[in-house]
Design a protein around this ligand. Structure first.
Ligand code: ZN
Length: 135
């Protein structure tokens, strides 16, 4: 398993449209796609930033993980996604090392990626997403 780069940084926001006013209109980042991911109860927007991207996440339900995150910690950085060359291999290695996983198996992520989350306990308080994506 090899970590290739920071794929994106996930930012939890209350209001996607309002947040885009800052990220897009003020910072000048381009929005390349917005998508609703029902499995994760989020609406997301991707804004490429050099070799990486910002992922803005708005909850589609009051019970969703992003809504709960904002309730507890307020808006802000919610996760960091590392792109790996082989997600199955990465998960297998994490399991062997006894690291706590949120996803035992890869699942669908926005933009057609395959993703899996590690528990923040495994990564010093950071929610890490592993992403495998064909460019
Ligand atoms: Zn993400």
């Amino acid at each position: 398993m090899k970590i290739l780069k920071i794929d994106h940084i996930g930012i939890a926001v209350k209001d996607l449209a309002a947040s885009l006013k800052f990220y897009s209109q003020v910072l000048g980042l381009e929005v390349v796609g917005t998508e609703v991911v029902p499995e994760q109860q989020v609406k997301v927007a991707f804004l490429p930033c050099g070799d990486s991207e910002l992922e803005l996440l708005e909850s589609t339900t009051p019970e969703g993980p992003i809504a709960k995150f904002i309730e507890k910690r307020g808006e802000g950085v919610q996760h960091i996604a590392l792109r790996v060359d082989n997600l199955e291999e990465a998960l297998e290695m994490m399991r062997e090392k006894g690291l706590r996983l949120i996803d035992e198996k890869p699942r669908y992520g926005a933009g057609g990626a395959r993703i899996a989350f590690l528990h923040p306990q495994a990564a010093k308080g950071v929610l890490l997403e592993l992403t495998e994506r064909k460019d």
